[in-house]
Design a protein around this ligand. Sequence first.
Ligand code: F6R
Length: 626
Amino acid sequence: MSTTISPEEQHEKVRTVVFATAQAAAEALAREVRVIIEEKNAAGQAAVLGLATGSTPVPFYRELIRMHREEGLSFQNVVTFNLDEYYGLTREHRESYFRFMKEQLFDHIDIPAENVNLPDGTVPLDGVFDHCAAYEQRIADAGGVDLQILGIGRTGHIGFNEPGSSRDSLTRLVPLDRVTRQDAAADFLGEENVPRFAITMGVGTILRARRLVLMAWGENKAEIVARAVEGPETEAVSASFLQGHGSARFFLDRAASSGLTRVKLPWLVGRAQWTPPETRRAVCWLALRDRKPILKLVDEEYNENGMGELLTRAGGGYELNIEIFNRQQRTITGWPGGKPGTEDDSRPERPSPHPKTCVVFSPEPQDDVMGMGGTIERLVLQGHTVHVVHMTSGDLRVNDGEALRFARVLQETSELDPARWAEADRYAGGVIEEIAAKGPFGDPPRRLRDLKSLIRRGEARDAAASLGVPASRVHFLDLPFYAEGRYRQFRAGAKDAARVGALLDRLQPHQVYMTGDLADPSSVQGVAFTAFRQAWNEREKAVWRSHCRVWLYRGHQKEFQPHEIQMAIPMSPDQLAKKLAAMQRYQSHNLPDLLSGDRNRETARLYDQLGMAEYEAIEAFRSWQA
Ligand code: F6R
């Protein structure tokens, strides 16, 4: 592999490889691992691999399993050391990293049980120090780690080395950061259940590996990846310490690379293409950075920021400003379904047909309202037929307390007329027993999951009704990937795409609204998007598809930046209040940070700063090309 750094990578302080997809990166890494295993075996030695858990390495483990099954890759002579384990969880616990590794890898390959090493989360407190020292010793005795696999948390942690971990830190017991616990909340069915401590290899332990590969997928990781790759080496971002290791690399998918200078601001590293979207991005970036409306940018500012060529092409700053201002201005419309009777083809959406059939896909209930509640209401008011399609039941987000409350109401209702309600009483009693029997961490039995789904359905209908969508147009697809999977381990199958496709064929929409295009591919949103894309691609010849336009929105992912927006739907204070009230209908699970409307206010503020009219809030959309 060449180690020369091209000019466009000049800001990157550690080797960074961008792959088209997470799958492609996972396959490349698995091929490397195969070579290491084969070379070590040829030399009569065991290959020592450092392993990680979480959603990131899952596609990589699947590829290793495939190589084992189809290509005969053997792990008989492989020794593994995992980075970390939650403190306080037994090995049988459904969220223990031990169980994760068994389910995701070890049970499917031929690695001898005695070659597998993970910290033990159950050692008593007074034994932790010795346990950690022994773990370090075992790594050393095995000859050190040949290749260490890493993911990165949103705090920049590697292993569980949260901000503040020193470069020399060793295996130890650490408290988990609040952000990390929030990110694990869905796995543990509530933040309150997430362990507060973990045992992790230290940064120093990790850096002793001969080679390291840190993988990251999805736009949620883009910001922290950019800090780790381009920022200073600092204890505030443990992953930045990889910069000082001669053989560390970052493997990214496109979305996770989107914060790197070469991708985000290519004109600063001489890589500009000056396509219309890139031109718009550059002008918006300059205006927002210098806190100036677009129309006030001057030639010197362009020249000083790598945009001299652009200026020449455009014929000067004045012309460029007007062009981009108009383009940005034209994204604003109060008519998401198109304005009937206008000839103006510079509007984001076509005027006809009118009314349109609009399908709003929501990967998890609440994505729809969160991302586009104001727009849903407008579409309804403007006469369009709006269907809201909940792709998964969302039951994994409902905590036990909610289910308990519903079961108790049912029990008390049955007391009103015990003879008639005997069956309901038995059902409620059964649910209550199941909750008690499984405890806070047990696998939820089917009946409990079903009750939780019903709770979510009620909330989803309620939220839709508050925006004018009747229950008859609220659909529940219950995609199998969700019913059969777990957080961080979801995977789309043919059955998912078939269900999405059947609904599209039935409704024949003119507009589809969807989210999840840049999400981590194993997240609910990422998998739901894969299923949608497959269904869409399979219907290339469908007549309805040739008249259908797909708009992307953002649920609880990062909001679009102004330069990316192709349709901006402004909201008045009253409209925003109504949207937020609709979000509150989801009582069984609320994401408090998103209930304030700040995201939509922020988009409006950025538009204002660019010199557009000042709105209370804006919902943002991009058009999608398959
Ligand atoms: C896991 C680990 C963590 C994760 C990180 C990212 O063993 O050490 O550092 O790699 O939290 O988690 P995911 O991959 O779930 O986004």
